[in-house]
Design a protein around this ligand. Sequence first.
Ligand code: SIN
Length: 520
Amino acid sequence: MTAATGCGGAGIWRRRADVVVIGTGVAGLAAALAAHRRGRTVVLLSKAGETATFYAQGGIAVVLAGVHADGDSIDAHVADTLAAGAGLCDPAAVRSIVADGSRAVAELVGAGAHFDESAPGQWALTREGGHSRRRIIHSGGDATGAEVQRALDHAAAHLDIRRNHVALDLLIDDGAVAGVSVLSEDGPGAVYAPSVILATGGAGHLYQATTNPEGSTGDGVALAMWAGVPVSDVEFVQFHPTMLYTGPAGGRRPLVTEALRGEGARLIDAQGNSVTSGVHPMGDLAPRDVVAAAIEARLAESGDACVYLDARGVVEVARRFPTVTAACRAAGIDPTTQPIPVVPGAHYSCGGVVTDVHGRTAIPGLFAAGEVARTGMHGANRLASNSLLEGLVVGGRAGVAAAEHAVDAGSARLVAPAPSPRPVLARPELQQAMSRHASVVRDDAGLGLLIDRLDSAASRIINSRSTFEDAALTTVAGAVATAARARTETRGSHHRRDFPDTDPAQAASIVCAPVAAGCR
Ligand code: SIN
């Protein structure tokens, strides 16, 4: 076991640990706690700001052991997940993660998390899009992520968490991970460790408006690609159908949880007509890509800026959905008396760094868990509330695997960071081009323009958080655009205007990496 200590050296600060975890959302904290419980020294690196976990509203999709409410079963949850994933899930991975959910939730409760009850001792279960049963546990009505984050933050309070530390590059020694180069308030440095876990979340800031927190800039996918680690399914960006619309402002915008539709809210246009009627047998609770595409089609037809979620019929809406209610009221909308203006918004990266269900990547010692990873759980489209589940289950497993690897691998060598210039497109331009050409509906011409623009980005030395994030976004945008152009069909959350049908011959994942090799 290595003590997490400083080690001298000219020019940069250096530290050692057994396991470095990048990211402090559900997957990162579950991983760090698991590695720490196995006696390893763990250092967590965090950029400033909130995690995506904190903002999760709906809940955790889980079939609770011994509780088969609503006729639910592991088989039914697996079937719903595979249906949403549109042929690209790995069925064995889905089953493994779903079947471990009840245990992982029990562990979270052991860490102090509380969930809403419908009767004493009985958790309340709600439904969201694509779920055939009520199986989503929630907390504080629609503040599930905040409760999960609170419980894990409390459990991890004694761990070595370095805030305002940006992981700039993976350090690789003889084909294995040796640590991470870092930028902190003390300047450039490195944390050396034989195990590194990427838990950096998603990349919603590829787009002008997103439900994601400001730190969701694709960092882990970019770090992996720069190190030559395969990433996959990145063209499948999930647009949440109902992001609060208050005008054309960009950045993070409040989510209006799908659980509102699970409790009876209806999607209507400005004339009061249903948006999804005749579109899908599950109507407003169809998978997200279907609902988001139906909204986009209605907006294109009407020329309106938004559609509406009518939650006026939802029982005790303000009490059951306090987070949404507060966001609406802050924008001058009362959801008890007015329909809520909504548009689809960039919400979740279904693909990411290719891993197994223990978070192992192609490079020894490198692990990934949570939204940054592609385990095969989500395929072409994630089922609502499966992400906190996956983060908990695979995060915990990755922590165990990383702890074991650290013992086997021994101390990492102090390889010197070798900063490389990276292509960087200015963020406003990148977000505008991605929103225009790689959004809910794409086509070859637009993706071609986008790729040309990304290819022309000049390289810059990475010497600040913002240049690092812009470089990460530029790399990830290139992968998304290239894979989206190569996928000449419509499948899951990837809709092509020029190829509106699903092509059975393309029922395989596209893998991108290393950066120079493109995607195939
Ligand atoms: C929601 O509450 O609608 C979002 C939940 C999720 O994305 O899983």
